[in-house]
Design a protein around this ligand. Structure first.
Ligand code: 5AD
Ligand code: SF4
Length: 451
């Protein structure tokens, strides 16, 4: 609670640029909450800001490079306004630490993935003219409430859809992945705290929650496992939809498939990162499943839910990947027919095992393989979207269409984006629709009541 004397303090404005994954988006929301208590309010314009924070991602080199070019661009703002403070947080900050300050004289502070709740302390230091780096890790425990309660207890309004981080870090050390370096070992939040945050979100407008974790299905805290947490979430009054991302295929079991099939709020949708269709590459990636066991898990889920929506991550051009091994990935994609694929060219990351593997492939081979993958998947999605025409779906409305005045937008339970014509429904409401048209990346529909 703010006291009266704090009310007289001048309000300042903060601009936060977020790169990377949903976990970073969640962290950005938390930064805004922490900073609100320091009298900083959100601005969408860098030129208006007293404070600019880049919340960075280092999962691939391209993401990391964006941060450095943005820091270069921000130089002119600092020249125009020497009072402007610039901070770098997130995964690049965790990895590079002090070096960022040494190489970029515009930057005032650098903070790691465990340090965002120390922002008030850092701001006091930099306003005294100090430069500061805070990248110390605190977590040795497997269970810890790493999100302070004030960041959600005081929420006033939340979006129709919200993220909720339940674990951070990862113990898997996939050979390509920098996350265990940047986010540390896995820590789970206590179930009661997660439920308390979810209740607050629902009471302030949220209708759909996506639980986040690097390996979300290995969640375990106070004797509660992931499926038990889903069961508790499902009992929340007012929560229409529940999702989670990302589970690891090695930890995907029947109990979780049954939960997706039976818990009313849990959507019939699964993001299950495959990465490659070749057993040799999967082994070198340290993924600990084979393509056969992956097929079996998909079959088990489809047995329970034939229309389940499936998405995945694929890496092309992993070190040593042959043409035949890449072809196995294409074959897997043709067999499984995912609804959505996030595909990436392999990018060597410092501190990961694969960076030192022999057989790194040229950019042109990686680009060629990515193109083939995109074309293969494009055809599958067109066919799948076409098959949606004439079918009925429940859509959660998110708001007005940004271009079409007579339409609203939302998503199906399968997570497909839909625009709906002639609906009087408001954001947060559910509506039954019939799909009338399939576009490349979205669907069009009309309310079922009009058919
Ligand atoms: N190169 C390319 N893609 C990567 N991913 C993670 N690390 C790398 C890397 N070094 C992809 C994986 C993961 C997704 C979040 O990002 O597919 O599932
Ligand atoms: Fe990275 Fe593998 Fe952990 Fe996912 S499971 S965050 S890919 S190390």
């Amino acid at each position: 609670m703010k006291n009266c004397s704090q009310k007289t303090v001048k309000e300042k404005k903060v601009f936060i640029q977020t790169y990377g994954c949903q976990m970073n988006e969640y962290d950005t929301d938390k930064m805004f909450e922490v900073l609100r208590h320091e009298n900083y309010f959100h601005t969408d314009t860098q030129e208006d800001a007293d404070l600019i924070i880049l919340n960075t991602c280092s999962i691939r080199e391209k993401a990391e490079n964006k941060v450095y070019s943005e820091l270069g661009r921000l130089r002119y703002l600092k020249t125009a306004n020497p009072e402007l403070k610039i901070g770098v947080g997130g995964c690049v900050a965790q990895q590079e630490g002090e070096t960022i300050l040494q190489r970029n004289s515009n930057v005032d502070f650098v903070f790691g993935t465990d340090n965002l709740f120390e922002l008030p302390f850092m701001l006091r230091k930099i306003h005294k003219g100090e430069k500061i780096t805070k990248t110390k890790r605190y977590d040795r425990q497997k269970v810890r409430n790493f999100v302070p309660e004030y960041t959600f207890q005081n929420l006033k309004h939340s979006g129709v859809r919200a993220h909720l981080t339940i674990t951070k870090g990862c113990n898997n050390y996939c050979s390509f992945c920098v996350v265990p370096v940047t986010r540390g070992l896995e820590v789970s939040r206590e179930p009661d705290q997660i439920i308390a945050e979810a209740e607050r979100l629902v009471s302030t407008g949220t209708r759909e929650i996506c639980l986040l974790g690097q390996n979300v299905n290995s969640y375990k805290a106070n004797g509660v496992d992931f499926v038990e947490l889903l069961q508790r979430m499902d009992e929340l009054d007012g929560l229409q939809r529940l999702r989670f991302t990302s589970p690891h295929p090695k930890d995907f079991h029947e109990k979780l498939a049954e939960a997706i099939a039976s818990l009313p709020s849990l959507c019939e949708q699964l993001h299950l990162p495959l990465q490659s269709g070749s057993d040799r590459i999967l082994h070198r990636m340290r993924r600990w499943y084979t393509i056969e066991t992956y097929y079996q898990k998909v079959a088990m889920l489809r047995e329970l839910l034939p229309d389940v929506s499936l998405s995945t991550d694929i890496i092309v051009g992993f070190p040593g990947e042959t043409d035949e091994e890449f072809e196995m990935t294409i074959e897997a994609i043709r067999k499984i027919r995912f609804d959505l694929i996030y595909s990436f060219k392999y990018s060597p990351r410092p501190g990961t095992r694969a960076a030192d593997y022999p057989g790194h492939l040229s950019e042109s081979v990686k680009s060629k393989r990515l193109k083939i993958l995109l074309e293969t998947q494009g055809k599958i999605v067109r066919e799948k979207f076409q098959a949606f025409v004439g079918t009925e779906h429940e859509v959660l409305i998110e708001g007005n269409h940004h271009r079409k005045a007579d339409s609203v937008t939302g998503r199906t339970r399968g997570n497909h984006p839909v625009s709906i014509k002639n609906s009087a429904k408001q954001a947060g409401e559910l509506i039954s629709v019939v799909i009338t048209k399939a576009n490349q990346n979205s669907l069009e529909a009309v309310p079922s009541s009009e058919i």
